[in-house]
Design a protein around this ligand. Sequence first.
Ligand code: HEM
Ligand code: HEM
Length: 154
Amino acid sequence: MNTWGVRLSPFARNTVLLCSLLVIASGIAWMVLGWQVDEQDYTDPLHTLRHRMLVLHGITAYALLWMAGRLSNLHQQGNWRAHRNRKNGLMLTMVLALLAISGLGIYYPPHEDWHETISQLHQGLGIALALLLPLHLLAASASRRIRTRPDNAR
Ligand code: HEM
Ligand code: HEM
């Protein structure tokens, strides 16, 4: 079995899931801390913590995109051709691509006035990723169960 194949090895699965968890958790922590923090008060320790969450987010987001690249060849294309978990897999892939694009838009908004809208869009997509990933895992185990039934050769 290939580590990053149609079916992921435990190492590859755990790496993808750990990275996704860190990206999602750091993004959500940034949002939640935003409700408590006083934006103007730079002595507020929550301000520093919020900044650190964003740094963690930026680093782990890079790593997650790297993982997505590793998945694209065998896992995504292979399962797509085999018609397995297509709907959910496609949505997950699209959300990841839109997150990467909107993440860039936060850094370099085409117009300064768009910054807030792009940030909101990015956060909405982030929540969508947090919901889609567990659904992908559930669909994956359902698809595995069907394939390994003794009366089903596929
Ligand atoms: C077109 C896109 C995709 C398709 C068609 C697809 C399809 C599948 C299928 C069929 C499985 C079950 C494999 C098996 O156990 O036999 C699976 C599992 C999995 N997929 Fe995807 N996938 C796609 C994209 C992605 C992306 C973008 C990610 C990560 C961000 C991802 C992460 C995972 C993980 C972590 C598992 C669980 C592996 C396990 O339980 O052993 N997939 N996928
Ligand atoms: C592959 C997926 C993702 C990528 C590539 C990505 C990328 C980025 C980038 C580049 C930034 C700007 C960092 C900075 O200003 O220093 C950012 C900010 C942010 N991201 Fe993500 N992100 C991803 C997923 C997520 C997820 C899953 C969530 C939430 C659950 C999320 C929530 C946020 C939040 C709240 C911010 C701060 C927004 C702001 O500064 O206005 N992101 N992301």
